[in-house]
Each structure stands twice: as structure tokens, then as C-alpha cells.
Design a binder for this molecule. Structure first.
Ligand SMILES: [Fe+2]
Length: 245
């Protein structure tokens, strides 16, 4: 059995609000009585993609657990790479974490300067290579943008634009057990290409359905930050959601 904490959309912008919420979440993970197999962070790390924001994020997101982080639409690849990974370059930031019995492949679905998601050819090729390398090991694919609509027009308009490329891969590599994403700031579960699709809640805010809040973009800033905790056992992903008060 493997346990993954899934943190998403911390949107560090230098304000006490985003910093305090992220600190609370990370403190919760740090103070767990046992180790986690991984902490997975699915994007929107820095609200404006600034070096100073990443410097704060790097400090906050540093943990005793193995950690893997991908960019979201608010991130800037070169600044993300420089501060979070100590690397240079502005291509897609794709990363893999190989655990004992599970591969976690985090794809960069961001499009520089744009809010919607897209998997570039380089990312697709990288993902194929990662999965081809260990076909016997179950895998979870993560990224920022959901590949399907979630019933929230604001976020559905900026979802992943080429889900067919992801579906092709998922169907080609049967070891893929689930897809996990962020972006929507709401804990949600659905399916994609016959697999579970788990959407992480937001740390900085919670996006509601239009039916729940009658404002153009139904964001609730009062609900507490939340995280998902995934249990991966016997090839199945079970997702628990926890508010962090
Ligand atoms: Fe976000």
C-alpha cells in the first residue's frame, strides 16, 4: 500500500493568505506520525510566475517526504525550473517519481502565456518513454489541467485541449491506473478513458458550482484549504479529502 498526499493550486503571491494556507497544509504533512510515500503537487505554484514567489514556494514546499511538483497555467517554466529544480531551460517540465510498486509521471500541461492546457509532442514522447520503461509497474499520470469538463463553465473553458493524445497513451499502456489533476480548486471525481480521474481540491481557494454561488466566477475564499490523500493498493486508487483548519 502506498500513500500519496496531493496538494494543488497554492498560488503563492507574496500575500500572507497564500503563504499561511500553504504553510498550514505542509505543516500538517510534516507532522504526520508516519512517512508518506510521496507528496505530489499539481501546479499553480506561483500566482504570477515570479522568481520571488518561487523562492517562497520552494521553502514552503520542502518536506521530509519525497516530493514531485509540476507547473500549472499560472507558472512560468524557466522561473519554476530555476528555483524549484535548480535547472535552466524553458521547455516543458516533465518529471517522474519511481516508487517501489508505483510510477508517478507528472506532465507539464501548461501553455506559456495561456490559461488552457495542452500536451506538447515533447511531453507525449516523454510520457511514452516513461511508461515503456517499466510496463509491469502500475502508474499514475498527473498534470495540472483536467482532460474533461467538470460542470463548472469557468474552468471547463480552460481545460486540457488535446485529451485525445492522453487517451491514446492511457489505452496503449494498461499499467496506468488513474489520472490525477489540479486546476479546478474543487475536489471532484470522475472518469477518463475508462480510468478514475481524481481532481485535487485547492489550497488557496475553493471553486463552487454556479448553482452554489451566484457570482461570475464562483470562488469561495472562506472554506479552509484542502488536500487529497490517495491510497494506492492492489492496483486501485482511493482518494480521501481533508480540510486543513
Ligand atoms: Fe489554480
Amino acid at each position: 500500500m502506498l500513500i500519496l498526499a496531493h496538494v494543488s493550486d497554492v498560488h503563492i503571491d507574496g500575500s500572507p493568505r497564500s503563504i499561511d494556507r500553504t504553510r498550514s497544509v505542509m505543516r500538517r504533512l510534516e507532522n504526520l506520525p508516519g512517512p508518506l510515500d510521496a507528496v505530489v503537487v499539481t501546479g499553480d505554484i506561483a500566482d504570477n510566475g515570479l522568481i520571488q514567489e518561487y523562492e517562497i514556494a520552494r521553502e514552503l514546499l520542502t518536506t521530509r517526504h519525497p516530493t514531485i511538483i509540476c507547473p500549472g497555467n499560472h507558472d512560468a517554466r524557466s522561473a519554476f525550473r530555476k528555483v524549484m529544480l535548480d535547472e535552466d531551460g524553458d521547455g516543458p517540465v516533465n518529471q517522474v517519481l519511481r516508487l517501489d510498486g508505483l510510477t508517478v509521471a507528472l506532465c507539464d500541461s501548461s501553455v506559456p502565456g495561456r490559461p488552457e492546457g495542452f500536451l506538447e509532442d515533447e511531453t507525449i514522447a516523454w510520457l511514452r518513454d516513461v511508461l515503456a520503461e517499466s510496463p509491469e509497474t502500475p502508474a499514475i499520470i498527473g498534470m495540472h489541467h483536467p482532460p474533461v469538463s467538470l460542470g463548472i463553465p469557468y474552468v471547463d473553458a480552460i481545460r486540457l485541449r488535446n485529451p485525445e493524445r492522453l487517451e491514446e497513451i492511457v489505452r496503449q499502456y494498461p499499467q496506468v491506473a488513474a489520472v490525477i489533476v489540479g486546476h479546478a480548486h474543487t475536489a471532484a471525481s470522475t472518469t477518463f478513458a475508462g480510468l478514475p480521474l481524481s481532481v485535487a481540491p485547492g489550497v488557496v481557494s475553493t471553486l463552487l458550482l454556479d448553482q452554489e454561488l451566484d457570482i461570475p466566477v464562483p470562488v469561495d475564499y472562506d472554506l479552509p484549504p484542502q488536500i487529497a490523500i490517495h491510497v494506492f493498493d492492489e492496483g486501485r486508487l482511493v482518494t480521501h479529502v481533508r480540510p486543513v483548519l
